[in-house]
Design a protein around this ligand. Structure first.
Ligand code: PGA
Length: 259
């Protein structure tokens, strides 16, 4: 067992308005105890329109969840219609920001170079980036999964110090497992998370590799979280569909109690 505290993150994607957000956070708070979060960090990543509402309830009720965002621009401010800056997120006491989710890469054309700028901008405002990586099914079938993922890691972390990398989070999410109900086997997920860790060891040294937290994402559910989380190189989960219901997200947070 490592001493890395697991991080379970809920990526709400483009779901729930701010009224629904409030309801979900309140329901979650009834189901997750302070004891649960002594063992596991939890972050919630609502859409931008919900963040202020969620921040208010987390702070007023002292709920033990970290606030997160799904995306940001890399500049502090300026003529970037529709975008939100890391400075704005930091003002809302955001702790974690996703960078380079595969939907941002595939649907919105974000490149490794752009994602690297975002990672640096998130760090500049003392928030923690969750750098996402993962291969398509075609790349996996062609034996290119490891090269794709390690390339994304090296490019996404380019120019960072070992200390910065030590305190970061990477989410390994095979694209074929996202939203499909098909989860990578625990062995495959472990194997790829080990590739991420050894890539970091080669580039940033042993301390960075030992410190960084690596999440698995892709159809994580209450019935598979425990097995995934028991793998030595998996330090958490990035959860999409199953985080939209308080009951299923709470059971993932409490994965230790599963049969
Ligand atoms: P999923 O999404 O759990 O619905 O597969 C995971 C993600 O995209 O972060």
């Amino acid at each position: 067992m490592s001493d890395r505290k697991p991080l379970i993150s809920g990526n709400w994607k483009m779901n729930l308005n701010h009224f629904e957000a409030l309801k979900l956070v309140q329901e979650l708070s009834y189901q997750v105890s302070v004891d649960d979060v002594e063992e596991v960090d939890v972050s919630l990543h609502p859409p931008f329109t919900d963040i202020r509402t969620v921040q208010t309830v987390l702070e007023a009720d002292r709920l033990p969840f970290h606030l997160g965002a799904q995306h940001c621009h890399h500049e502090d401010s300026g003529a970037f219609t529709g975008e939100v800056s890391p400075a704005m997120l930091a003002k809302l006491n955001i702790s974690y920001v996703l960078a380079g989710h595969s939907e941002r890469r595939e649907i919105f054309g974000e490149s490794d170079a752009l994602i690297n700028l975002k990672v640096k901008a998130i760090l500049k405002y003392e928030m923690t980036p969750i750098l996402c990586c993962g291969e398509t099914l075609e790349e996996r079938d062609a034996g290119q999964a490891e090269a794709k993922v390690s390339g994304q890691i090296v490019a996404g972390l380019d120019g960072l110090t070992s200390e910065q990398v030590t305190n970061m989070v990477v989410a390994y999410e095979p694209i074929w497992a996202i939203g499909t109900g098909i989860t990578a086997s625990a062995e495959d997920a472990q194997g790829m998370c080990a590739v991420v860790r050894s890539t970091i060891a080669e580039t940033f040294g042993a301390d960075a590799a030992a410190g960084i937290r690596i999440q698995y994402g892709g159809s994580v559910k209450p019935n598979n979280a425990k097995e995934l989380m028991s793998q030595p190189d998996i330090d958490g989960a990035l959860v999409g569909g199953a985080c939209l219901e308080a009951d299923s997200f709470a059971r993932i947070i409490q994965y230790r109690l599963a049969e």
